[in-house]
Design a protein around this ligand. Structure first.
Ligand SMILES: NCc1[nH]cc(CCC(=O)O)c1CC(=O)O
Length: 319
């Protein structure tokens, strides 16, 4: 089995772990460079919505050069591609964001005017809503570089996805890079303070729609609960508009009785406005749950919010 993956250490770690569960020693990783890797200075906001994190991997599967591609699900556009399916959603890791500091502070106990590194508008607007005194500063570079910047004092904290840390800093025999080896502390941000990106912490294993043999093998790593939660979150995203410029967060949780609870947020960073709402529905209809919550929020102020964000971007782009 040939497994397409991006080249980063994190991408390889998660592809390795997925490939091993699927095919044992019978899997070969095929590291590829996507447009996002080749042109890192392109507009970052376009990366997710235009599929620039996944383009080369999808081509390799469509061409028959690889059997599957392993993606961070949150990097996958909501628009389907002809000829491809998400053949499996493996068990999902913790979807939350993580606050990493030198001394173990939570968001509520960070000293006043602390500096927090993140390049995500979604994280920035939610951090400032909880703690308007913080100085949120943009940060680039891989996970390792960003963590070092906290250790060395360039930032008091950074926010990253818990799942990414978990997958990368596992032992080498499990495809990771071993422990980070820095005395840092991490506290999860609770969904009430910061909702993660839709599908954060989940993987998507893509294959060709007509490749029956691979689809059968992929059933081995499928997790129906994980599939339901990401389907609800991405249905919310797709209904609001996959290419929408407003930051979006969404997190679905399984409740007893085959019920799914979907919490979502839409933000206007310019006015530091955050709309939040949640809705419950049967786990058997995740797509409808996401669509209904999006329709409710759009009707209830979301449409104006999205239009205001769009207008500001257009004005800025026009000079
Ligand atoms: N935005 C980039 C990205 N895409 C996937 C992950 C890892 C977590 C995941 O698989 O959801 C990350 C890092 C991060 O957000 O800190």
């Amino acid at each position: 089995m040939r497994v397409a993956t991006r080249r980063s250490a994190l991408a390889r770690a998660q592809a390795f772990q997925t490939a091993r569960a699927l095919a044992g020693d019978d899997a070969e990783l095929v590291p590829l460079r996507t447009t996002a890797d080749r042109e890192p200075d392109k507009l970052v906001a376009d990366f997710g919505t235009k599929g620039l994190f996944v383009d080369a991997l999808r081509e390799a599967v469509l061409d028959g050069d690889c059997d599957i591609a392993v993606h961070s699900y949150k990097d996958l556009p909501t628009e389907p591609v002809d000829g491809l399916v998400v053949g499996a959603v493996p068990p999902r890791a913790d979807a939350r964001d993580l606050l990493v500091t030198r001394d173990g502070h939570a968001l509520s106990t960070l000293p006043r005017i602390s500096t927090v590194g993140t390049s995500s508008e979604r994280r920035r607007v939610q951090l400032l809503r909880a703690r308007p005194d913080l100085q949120v500063i943009s940060v680039r570079g891989n996970l390792d570089t960003r963590l070092r910047k906290v250790h060395e004092g360039e930032f008091d904290a950074i926010v990253v996805a818990l799942a990414g840390l978990q997958r990368l800093y596992t032992p080498e025999e499990d495809g990771g890079v071993g422990p980070l080896g820095l005395p840092l502390h991490a506290v999860p941000l609770e969904p009430g303070e910061c909702l993660p990106s839709p599908a954060q912490g989940a993987l998507a294993v893509e294959c060709r729609r007509d490749d029956a043999e691979t689809r059968k093998r992929l059933a081995r790593v499928e997790d129906a609960g994980a599939r339901a939660t990401v389907t609800a979150e991405r249905s919310f995203l797709a209904t609001v508009g996959g290419g929408c410029l407003a930051p979006i967060g969404a997190l679905a949780t399984e409740l007893p009785g085959r019920v799914l609870e979907l919490a979502a947020m839409l933000a206007d960073p310019g006015r530091r406005k955050v709309l939040r709402r949640s809705l419950r529905g049967p786990i058997a209809e995740p797509e409808r749950l996401g669509r209904e919550l999006a329709q409710q929020m759009l009707a209830d102020g979301g449409e104006q919010l999205v239009a205001a964000v769009q207008e500001r971007r257009d004005r800025e782009a026009g000079g």
